[in-house]
Design a protein around this ligand. Structure first.
Ligand SMILES: NC(=O)c1ccc[n+]([C@@H]2O[C@H](COP(=O)([O-])OP(=O)(O)OC[C@H]3O[C@@H](n4cnc5c(N)ncnc54)[C@H](OP(=O)(O)O)[C@@H]3O)[C@@H](O)[C@H]2O)c1
Length: 442
């Protein structure tokens, strides 16, 4: 597979695109097939050797900290994702995103926002989680409070404005004049041109300054924070003596991967509360150019690398979604092998009195992404496993799961169902009778 790596620290010229081995997951890891990866300022800092977490001993090193893609493989302990799940992730520093397949820990990963394509979704994880943690975990921002966000038109800033507004806060932000309309449209209540105005002259005291700029912008910010308020920075440690004198909580933090927060952000995006601005897109082989663009050009929002084509997914209508479980008729005779499409052609809809907990499968193909819980006889016991329809035509069914108790198979399917709009099918083969005690899909 292709990856963009560095073998030494330096300028963009140290980045090379290389053929390396595809990773295999440990028991508690997943492999994501990457559709798109975003470019963040930290990528250039790592490349230059200015990010203390990545040192000479980590070379050669794959750059990139966040991606959107689909689960391509999962370790034996992973229960939260199935192969084929479309996800996005903010990766820990040991895993780079500028590559075709990347390892991740399940707790760094979440289902991607359904309303975004892969490019839009890849733009979110690092910047979105940084904004979330700065405003809420470190800044303690609450509804009704006032926040000043420095650098509101950048990757982190444009998410911060919208997250603060979604929380019910009042938002002021500093930007270049050409970005004023952009941030007003994102919901900013007061917009200050940092090149022509002094924010400390025009902003009334705030509960929180979220500093994405540092330097003298940070120093001047102490004067606009209310006593008891906070100054939180992604860049430099604020002056503790000043903070104490003014009774302000002041801190610098490093954002940490967090799948739960990604889930919350995905929900806000799908609710239409957060829009994602992608300023420009580059191919993976143009990663150096993309980093230069972020460093040197005026960028509004995010820069993203397109790594591979995203698979198109079947759209499931609401009626199909309401039918939670199905039986696959075996009238046609079950063919040898894994010809799922053939199985699905048989049968028709309608729950029966004897089997109120499930419906028969309606004619037509099972949509891509559907889960199938298959129950069958193994010796004198009934066993089940869960798999997923990856490609209906090719019958590309996937799940590395083992045989398990029927109840366990139901629980596994139910937990995956919670993140998915796709229907779940129950397949009873070789004379297995339905037992409602196995579970229900809620
Ligand atoms: N600690 C962490 O975990 C963490 C996480 C993420 C990001 N960061 C850091 O946080 C910073 C922001 O990240 P990002 O991804 O949002 O960067 P970005 O996308 O490059 O955005 C930076 C924005 O700041 C604006 N800007 C520059 N000087 C300004 C000033 N004096 N006042 C107001 N706005 C100004 C830029 O606009 P113009 O082009 O108009 O100047 C640009 O819109 C970066 O330095 C990054 O390294 C740290």
């Amino acid at each position: 597979m292709q990856a963009v790596r560095i073998h030494r620290f330096g300028g963009p010229e140290v980045m090379t695109i290389e053929e390396i081995d595809r990773p295999t997951p440990a028991a508690n890891e997943v492999v994501i097939k990457v559709f798109a990866a975003s470019v963040n300022p930290v990528d250039a800092k790592i490349r230059e050797g200015k990010y203390p977490v990545v040192t000479e001993t980590d070379l050669p090193y794959v750059l990139g900290r966040d991606v959107c893609g689909e689960i391509a493989a999962a370790g034996s302990d992973v229960t939260s994702f199935l192969i084929g799940d479309e996800v996005y992730a903010f990766l820990s520093p040991e895993h780079g995103g500028y590559e075709e397949f990347v390892l991740a820990r399940p707790d760094e990963v979440a289902a991607k926002p359904q309303s975004l394509d892969a490019i839009g979704a890849a733009a979110v994880p690092l910047a979105g989680v940084t904004a979330w943690q700065g405003l809420f975990d470190h800044g303690g921002l609450e509804a009704g409070q006032r926040v000043l966000i420095h650098g509101g038109a950048g990757g982190v800033g444009h998410f911060a404005i919208q997250l603060a507004k979604a929380k019910g806060a009042w938002v002021a932000t500093t930007v270049s004049s050409s970005d004023k309309d952009f941030v007003s449209n994102l919901g900013a209540d007061q917009v200050i041109d940092y090149k022509t105005e002094k924010f400390e002259d025009v902003v009334a005291p705030v509960d929180l300054v979220f500093d994405l700029i540092g330097g003298e912008t940070q120093e001047r910010s102490f004067g606009v924070v209310k006593p008891g308020g906070a100054l939180i920075s992604t860049l430099q440690e604020p002056d503790k003596a000043q903070a104490k004198k003014r009774n302000i909580q002041a801190a610098r933090y490093t954002a940490q991967p967090n799948g739960d927060q990604l889930r919350e952000i995905a929900w806000l995006i799908d609710q239409g509360k957060i829009r994602v601005a992608v300023a420009s897109t580059f191919a993976l082989r143009q990663a150096a150019e993309a980093q230069l663009a972020l460093q040197e050009r005026h960028i509004r929002g995010k820069v993203v690398l397109k790594v591979a084509e995203q698979q198109t997914r079947a759209i499931v209508d609401d009626d199909t979604r309401r039918l939670r479980a199905y039986q696959i008729w075996e009238d046609e005779g079950r063919p040898q092998g894994q010809d799922l499409a053939h199985w699905y052609r048989a049968g028709h809809t309608g729950a029966t009195d004897e089997h109120p907990d499930y419906r028969r499968y309606r004619p037509g193909a099972a949509p891509t992404g559907s889960l199938v819980i298959k129950f069958y006889h193994s010796g004198d016991q009934v066993r089940g496993y869960v798999r997923k329809v990856a490609d209906t035509d090719a019958d590309d069914t996937i799940f590395p799961g083992e045989e398990m108790e029927p109840e366990a198979a139901f629980m596994l399917a139910a937990s995956h169902k919670a993140d998915s709009r796709e229907p779940v099918f129950v397949e009873l083969v070789e004379g297995v009778e339905w037992n409602s005690a196995w579970g229900r899909l809620g």
